[in-house]
Design a protein around this ligand. Structure first.
Ligand SMILES: [Zn+2]
Length: 255
Protein backbone atom coordinates (compact mmCIF):
# COMPACT_ATOMS: atom_id res chain seq x y z
CA UNK A 1 0.00 0.00 0.00
CA UNK A 2 1.09 3.50 -0.60
CA UNK A 3 -0.30 6.56 1.03
CA UNK A 4 -1.44 9.37 -1.26
CA UNK A 5 1.18 12.07 -0.94
CA UNK A 6 1.23 15.79 -1.12
CA UNK A 7 2.28 17.13 -4.48
CA UNK A 8 1.77 19.70 -7.16
CA UNK A 9 -0.94 18.69 -9.62
CA UNK A 10 0.47 17.57 -12.93
CA UNK A 11 -1.96 17.85 -15.79
CA UNK A 12 -1.52 15.02 -18.21
CA UNK A 13 -2.80 15.15 -21.76
CA UNK A 14 -3.64 11.94 -23.52
CA UNK A 15 -2.96 12.21 -27.22
CA UNK A 16 -5.16 9.37 -28.35
CA UNK A 17 -8.95 9.45 -28.10
CA UNK A 18 -10.53 7.25 -25.49
CA UNK A 19 -13.80 6.66 -23.71
CA UNK A 20 -15.22 9.25 -21.39
CA UNK A 21 -13.62 8.47 -18.04
CA UNK A 22 -16.93 8.81 -16.17
CA UNK A 23 -19.56 7.60 -18.59
CA UNK A 24 -17.61 5.11 -20.68
CA UNK A 25 -19.05 6.65 -23.84
CA UNK A 26 -16.96 6.49 -26.99
CA UNK A 27 -15.40 9.83 -27.93
CA UNK A 28 -17.37 11.91 -30.42
CA UNK A 29 -15.97 14.56 -32.80
CA UNK A 30 -14.97 16.64 -29.79
CA UNK A 31 -14.17 13.53 -27.83
CA UNK A 32 -10.42 13.94 -27.74
CA UNK A 33 -10.48 17.34 -26.08
CA UNK A 34 -13.26 16.29 -23.71
CA UNK A 35 -11.38 13.13 -22.88
CA UNK A 36 -8.23 15.06 -22.14
CA UNK A 37 -10.06 17.49 -19.92
CA UNK A 38 -11.94 14.80 -18.06
CA UNK A 39 -8.81 12.76 -17.45
CA UNK A 40 -7.28 15.78 -15.77
CA UNK A 41 -10.39 16.47 -13.71
CA UNK A 42 -10.91 12.85 -12.75
CA UNK A 43 -7.38 12.30 -11.60
CA UNK A 44 -6.67 15.66 -10.05
CA UNK A 45 -9.87 17.24 -8.86
CA UNK A 46 -9.38 18.21 -5.28
CA UNK A 47 -5.88 16.82 -5.00
CA UNK A 48 -2.37 18.10 -5.14
CA UNK A 49 -2.68 20.89 -2.59
CA UNK A 50 -2.73 18.91 0.62
CA UNK A 51 -4.19 15.83 2.20
CA UNK A 52 -6.69 18.12 3.88
CA UNK A 53 -7.94 19.14 0.45
CA UNK A 54 -8.29 15.48 -0.47
CA UNK A 55 -10.35 14.91 2.64
CA UNK A 56 -12.82 17.65 1.82
CA UNK A 57 -12.92 17.35 -1.95
CA UNK A 58 -12.88 13.68 -2.92
CA UNK A 59 -12.93 13.22 -6.67
CA UNK A 60 -16.13 11.19 -6.51
CA UNK A 61 -19.12 11.21 -4.21
CA UNK A 62 -20.34 7.84 -2.95
CA UNK A 63 -23.27 7.98 -5.38
CA UNK A 64 -20.95 8.77 -8.29
CA UNK A 65 -18.67 5.89 -7.30
CA UNK A 66 -21.61 3.49 -7.12
CA UNK A 67 -22.88 4.62 -10.52
CA UNK A 68 -19.39 4.04 -11.89
CA UNK A 69 -19.37 0.45 -10.59
CA UNK A 70 -22.80 -0.24 -12.07
CA UNK A 71 -21.82 1.20 -15.45
CA UNK A 72 -18.58 -0.79 -15.44
CA UNK A 73 -20.39 -4.03 -14.68
CA UNK A 74 -22.80 -3.33 -17.56
CA UNK A 75 -19.85 -2.86 -19.92
CA UNK A 76 -18.28 -6.08 -18.61
CA UNK A 77 -21.47 -8.09 -19.15
CA UNK A 78 -22.07 -6.67 -22.61
CA UNK A 79 -18.52 -7.27 -23.82
CA UNK A 80 -17.72 -3.55 -24.02
CA UNK A 81 -14.95 -3.53 -21.40
CA UNK A 82 -12.67 -0.60 -22.10
CA UNK A 83 -9.54 -1.46 -20.12
CA UNK A 84 -8.14 -4.51 -21.91
CA UNK A 85 -4.53 -3.39 -21.86
CA UNK A 86 -2.04 -1.64 -19.62
CA UNK A 87 -2.04 2.12 -20.03
CA UNK A 88 1.43 3.51 -19.47
CA UNK A 89 0.27 7.08 -18.91
CA UNK A 90 -1.99 5.98 -16.09
CA UNK A 91 0.73 3.86 -14.51
CA UNK A 92 3.13 6.81 -14.54
CA UNK A 93 0.53 9.05 -12.96
CA UNK A 94 -0.41 6.53 -10.30
CA UNK A 95 3.22 5.93 -9.37
CA UNK A 96 3.00 9.30 -7.62
CA UNK A 97 -0.14 8.72 -5.59
CA UNK A 98 -3.38 6.78 -5.39
CA UNK A 99 -6.92 8.03 -4.97
CA UNK A 100 -9.25 5.06 -5.49
CA UNK A 101 -12.95 5.91 -5.47
CA UNK A 102 -14.12 2.60 -3.99
CA UNK A 103 -12.92 0.11 -1.41
CA UNK A 104 -14.10 -3.45 -2.07
CA UNK A 105 -14.02 -6.36 0.34
CA UNK A 106 -14.50 -9.44 -1.80
CA UNK A 107 -13.75 -13.16 -1.94
CA UNK A 108 -10.44 -14.65 -3.12
CA UNK A 109 -12.29 -16.87 -5.59
CA UNK A 110 -10.49 -16.76 -8.96
CA UNK A 111 -13.79 -16.19 -10.76
CA UNK A 112 -14.49 -12.87 -9.02
CA UNK A 113 -11.79 -10.32 -9.89
CA UNK A 114 -13.28 -6.90 -9.00
CA UNK A 115 -11.24 -4.88 -11.50
CA UNK A 116 -12.51 -7.01 -14.38
CA UNK A 117 -16.05 -7.31 -13.06
CA UNK A 118 -16.34 -3.51 -12.80
CA UNK A 119 -14.19 -2.77 -15.85
CA UNK A 120 -12.06 -0.58 -13.61
CA UNK A 121 -8.62 0.71 -14.41
CA UNK A 122 -5.49 0.93 -12.28
CA UNK A 123 -5.97 3.16 -9.26
CA UNK A 124 -9.76 3.03 -9.19
CA UNK A 125 -10.42 0.26 -6.69
CA UNK A 126 -8.82 -0.49 -3.34
CA UNK A 127 -9.42 -4.23 -3.10
CA UNK A 128 -9.25 -6.64 -0.18
CA UNK A 129 -9.85 -10.27 -1.03
CA UNK A 130 -10.20 -13.03 1.50
CA UNK A 131 -12.09 -16.34 1.31
CA UNK A 132 -15.72 -15.70 2.22
CA UNK A 133 -15.18 -11.91 2.35
CA UNK A 134 -14.98 -12.13 6.12
CA UNK A 135 -13.74 -9.55 8.57
CA UNK A 136 -10.63 -10.13 10.66
CA UNK A 137 -8.04 -7.98 12.40
CA UNK A 138 -5.89 -7.44 9.31
CA UNK A 139 -8.96 -6.83 7.15
CA UNK A 140 -10.32 -4.23 9.57
CA UNK A 141 -6.93 -2.55 9.61
CA UNK A 142 -6.88 -2.41 5.83
CA UNK A 143 -10.39 -0.99 5.75
CA UNK A 144 -9.46 1.60 8.33
CA UNK A 145 -6.48 2.59 6.20
CA UNK A 146 -8.79 3.04 3.22
CA UNK A 147 -11.12 5.22 5.26
CA UNK A 148 -8.60 7.37 7.06
CA UNK A 149 -5.87 7.79 4.44
CA UNK A 150 -7.48 7.17 1.06
CA UNK A 151 -10.91 8.62 1.92
CA UNK A 152 -12.73 6.37 -0.51
CA UNK A 153 -16.35 7.54 -0.45
CA UNK A 154 -17.77 4.10 -1.25
CA UNK A 155 -17.23 0.78 0.54
CA UNK A 156 -18.60 -2.40 -1.02
CA UNK A 157 -18.83 -5.84 0.58
CA UNK A 158 -19.16 -8.23 -2.34
CA UNK A 159 -19.97 -11.91 -1.99
CA UNK A 160 -20.62 -14.25 -4.87
CA UNK A 161 -22.93 -17.08 -5.80
CA UNK A 162 -21.39 -20.51 -5.35
CA UNK A 163 -18.90 -19.34 -2.72
CA UNK A 164 -16.90 -22.32 -1.49
CA UNK A 165 -16.10 -20.74 1.86
CA UNK A 166 -19.77 -20.06 2.58
CA UNK A 167 -20.63 -23.55 1.40
CA UNK A 168 -18.07 -24.99 3.82
CA UNK A 169 -19.57 -22.92 6.63
CA UNK A 170 -23.01 -24.36 5.79
CA UNK A 171 -21.57 -27.89 5.91
CA UNK A 172 -20.01 -27.09 9.27
CA UNK A 173 -23.24 -25.68 10.69
CA UNK A 174 -25.75 -28.20 9.38
CA UNK A 175 -23.65 -31.35 8.93
CA UNK A 176 -20.86 -30.86 11.49
CA UNK A 177 -18.34 -31.20 8.70
CA UNK A 178 -14.72 -30.69 9.68
CA UNK A 179 -11.97 -28.84 7.83
CA UNK A 180 -8.30 -28.28 8.58
CA UNK A 181 -7.65 -26.18 11.64
CA UNK A 182 -6.97 -22.85 9.98
CA UNK A 183 -9.93 -23.22 7.64
CA UNK A 184 -12.05 -23.92 10.72
CA UNK A 185 -10.94 -20.56 12.11
CA UNK A 186 -12.03 -18.89 8.89
CA UNK A 187 -15.41 -20.62 8.98
CA UNK A 188 -16.00 -19.41 12.52
CA UNK A 189 -16.26 -15.92 11.03
CA UNK A 190 -18.99 -17.04 8.61
CA UNK A 191 -21.14 -19.42 10.69
CA UNK A 192 -22.71 -16.65 12.82
CA UNK A 193 -24.06 -15.11 9.60
CA UNK A 194 -26.06 -18.26 8.92
CA UNK A 195 -28.00 -18.50 12.15
CA UNK A 196 -31.43 -17.66 10.70
CA UNK A 197 -31.22 -20.00 7.72
CA UNK A 198 -33.47 -23.02 7.23
CA UNK A 199 -31.28 -26.08 6.79
CA UNK A 200 -34.12 -28.10 5.27
CA UNK A 201 -34.06 -26.11 2.02
CA UNK A 202 -32.35 -27.37 -1.10
CA UNK A 203 -28.60 -26.96 -1.17
CA UNK A 204 -28.82 -24.49 -4.04
CA UNK A 205 -31.41 -22.31 -2.32
CA UNK A 206 -29.59 -22.49 0.98
CA UNK A 207 -26.25 -21.46 -0.51
CA UNK A 208 -27.92 -18.59 -2.36
CA UNK A 209 -29.42 -17.28 0.89
CA UNK A 210 -26.23 -17.94 2.85
CA UNK A 211 -24.08 -15.89 0.48
CA UNK A 212 -26.36 -12.89 0.88
CA UNK A 213 -26.67 -13.41 4.63
CA UNK A 214 -22.87 -13.48 4.90
CA UNK A 215 -22.58 -10.16 3.05
CA UNK A 216 -25.19 -8.57 5.28
CA UNK A 217 -23.50 -9.95 8.39
CA UNK A 218 -20.16 -8.45 7.37
CA UNK A 219 -21.90 -5.14 6.68
CA UNK A 220 -23.58 -5.15 10.09
CA UNK A 221 -20.23 -5.88 11.73
CA UNK A 222 -18.71 -2.92 9.91
CA UNK A 223 -21.62 -0.69 10.85
CA UNK A 224 -20.94 -1.52 14.48
CA UNK A 225 -17.50 0.06 14.34
CA UNK A 226 -17.26 3.66 15.60
CA UNK A 227 -15.21 4.71 12.58
CA UNK A 228 -17.90 3.68 10.09
CA UNK A 229 -20.67 5.18 12.20
CA UNK A 230 -18.80 8.47 12.36
CA UNK A 231 -18.20 8.62 8.62
CA UNK A 232 -21.81 7.72 7.85
CA UNK A 233 -22.97 10.53 10.10
CA UNK A 234 -20.68 12.89 8.22
CA UNK A 235 -22.49 11.79 5.06
CA UNK A 236 -19.23 11.35 3.18
CA UNK A 237 -19.33 7.60 2.68
CA UNK A 238 -21.73 4.90 1.68
CA UNK A 239 -21.56 1.20 2.58
CA UNK A 240 -23.16 -1.11 0.03
CA UNK A 241 -23.59 -4.87 -0.15
CA UNK A 242 -23.38 -6.79 -3.42
CA UNK A 243 -23.47 -10.33 -4.76
CA UNK A 244 -21.67 -11.32 -7.94
CA UNK A 245 -23.56 -13.84 -10.08
CA UNK A 246 -20.83 -16.08 -11.48
CA UNK A 247 -22.92 -17.42 -14.36
CA UNK A 248 -24.08 -14.11 -15.79
CA UNK A 249 -21.27 -11.80 -14.63
CA UNK A 250 -23.83 -9.41 -13.18
CA UNK A 251 -23.35 -7.75 -9.81
CA UNK A 252 -26.55 -7.55 -7.79
CA UNK A 253 -26.38 -4.64 -5.41
CA UNK A 254 -28.31 -5.25 -2.21
CA UNK A 255 -30.70 -2.47 -1.35
ZN1 LIG B 1 -15.99 -17.25 -2.34
Amino acid sequence: MRRGKVGVPVFRFVLSPGPNIRTGAAPGPAGIAFHQLFHCVAFHRGYGVSNMAARHFPPFTSDEALARLKDGNERFISGRARFPTMQKEILAELAKEQHPHTTILGCSDSRVPPELVFDASFGELFVIRVAGNVLGAAILGTLQYAGQHLHTPLFVVMGHEGCGAVDAALASKFHSAKESSRIEVLLEDIVPALRNLDGSKSHEALLHEAVEANVRYTMRSLLDTPEVQARLVEGQMKLVGAVYEIESGRVRFLE
